[in-house]
Design a protein around this ligand. Structure first.
Ligand SMILES: Cc1ncc(COP(=O)(O)O)c(C=O)c1O
Length: 434
């Protein structure tokens, strides 16, 4: 090329969660069964939507209007329905004009950071969910800016760390929360949200709240929405149907703007995002038509309750397997469908090993691993090669901690027991191999 093709921040977009899949596919070809514990897609883990939901969607498929473009901000009736739901929380009051649809929340997230000034930064939680941290880092052409979630305090935010970073870095213009959190499964207590709102008030910041798992909670836990606590602070709630319906293939997510007229710069950001969507015409129509029909159905709360109970039960099964392994820190989860397991200091070394029964897989493993790589990534490669269990290393979540993320999605509880039995013995054998 005569000129540079890529802009400097492009490398920040690497998505590690998918990289391990390439390794897993290589050994799958050699006959190894793979247990996909790496990705948060309930459908891939055999979740099935109930017939009544499929009937609603089938009905919509028969309507010609489902095949057309819709309003560039999203279908009016759906936005009215969603605004009413938010208003019923008795916090911030919005209208349909404060809602903007995208092709999946991933699309919304990348657009959001794209239009923020490169020197203005949003600080987000670490371990960090890559869709946010990579897009935010790419916009700033720098590494991600994060505050710590503390595994020694049930993954609650380290407020001293957050406060000091906000106070001493005047480039920070916003705080991101992911509630319930991916990858830790932590649900922000209401007091934590109130503290974040107070902090935003003190330093004139906006709040971004990713609430895609808002109704995925268990063990009698409620995830408070930003709408319930935000008062007069500018904020954007990010919502979608990929996880709770679950219908990730619909590619349907939306933003809700709170207090958009309270700050001139924030108001311009909201307008810009609307203009951008207009240049693309609109977001996917069919799922937008389905949302009010499904969510207002009296069967929906019961359906969600059943699914949440099942996720909570799986969380307990995983805890039974892993909570007493002495080399790790294990925290129970309360929302979303992930658990992040952290190795205690000194548990991982660069000469520990596991082996596969298949020599070809061991040969591949030798090619994949070296003494320079992050120790948790090294563990996940050995785990994959020896057992077929595919998990994501925590170092891929922009974290200084070493560990890995598993999911609570396996529908077949016998298989779930098998997988976590394998993880437990692999953890013990690997950590005690030298
Ligand atoms: C916290 C969080 N936000 C957003 C997304 C993206 O969701 P979507 O499928 O709507 O793009 C995910 C997907 O895993 C997620 O975990």
């Amino acid at each position: 090329m005569r000129q540079k093709l890529l802009y400097e921040g492009a490398e920040q977009l690497e998505y590690e969660i998918r990289n391990i899949v390439k390794k897993a596919e290589q050994i799958e070809k050699l006959g190894q069964t793979i247990y996909w514990e790496n990705i948060g897609d309930p459908i891939q883990k055999n979740a099935s939507l109930p017939k009544w939901i499929k009937d609603i969607i089938t009905g919509l498929v028969q309507e010609d209007k489902s095949y057309g473009y819709c309003h560039s901000k999203g279908i009016l009736e759906t936005r009215q329905f969603l605004a009413k739901q938010t208003n019923e929380l008795s916090g911030i009051q919005i209208t349909e004009d404060d809602i903007l649809f995208f092709n999946g929340l991933g699309d919304a997230i990348s657009k959001l950071y794209q239009f923020i000034h490169p020197s203005s930064r949003i600080i987000g939680p670490s371990p960090a969910y890559a869709t946010h941290s990579s897009a935010e880092a790419a916009h700033a052409n720098a590494g991600p800016l994060t505050y710590k979630l503390d595994p020694d305090n049930d993954w609650n935010p380290d407020f001293e760390d957050l406060y000091n970073q906000v106070k001493y870095n005047s480039n920070i213009i916003g705080i991101l929360i992911i509630n319930p959190d991916n990858p830790t499964g932590m649900v922000y207590p209401k007091e934590s949200l109130e503290k974040i709102v107070a902090l935003a008030g003190e330093f004139n910041l906006m709040i971004i709240s990713d609430e895609i798992y808002n109704r995925v909670t268990y063990h009698n836990t409620k995830a408070y929405a930003l709408a319930e606590v935000i008062n007069d602070i500018p904020g954007i709630a990010l919502k979608g149907i990929s996880k709770e319906l679950p219908w990730p293939g619909a590619r349907c997510g939306w933003m809700e703007f709170y207090n958009r007229e309270s700050d001139q710069e924030f108001s311009r950001l909201c307008h810009t995002l609307e203009d951008v969507k207009m240049t693309e015409v609109c977001a996917t129509t069919l799922p937008q038509k389905a949302i009010p029909l499904i969510w207002s159905d009296p069967r929906y709360p019961m359906y969600r309750e059943e699914r949440n109970l099942a996720i909570g039960r799986r969380g307990k099964i995983i805890a039974e397997h892993l909570k007493d392994v002495t080399e790790i820190k294990f925290n129970e989860t309360f929302g979303a469908f992930y658990n992040t397991i952290v190795f205690k200091d000194g548990s991982l070394k660069s000469n520990q090993f596991l082996s596969s029964d298949q020599p070809e897989i061991n040969t591949l493993l030798n090619q994949w691993t070296d003494n320079e790589m992050a120790l948790d990534k090294r563990f996940t490669y050995y785990l994959l090669a020896a057992t077929g269990v595919c998990v994501v290393p925590l170092s891929s979540f922009h974290s200084d901690l070493l560990g890995f993320r598993v999911t609570l999605l396996e529908e077949d509880e016998d298989l779930l027991n098998t997988i976590f039995g394998k993880i437990k013995s692999a953890l013990i054998s690997y950590c005690r191999s030298v």
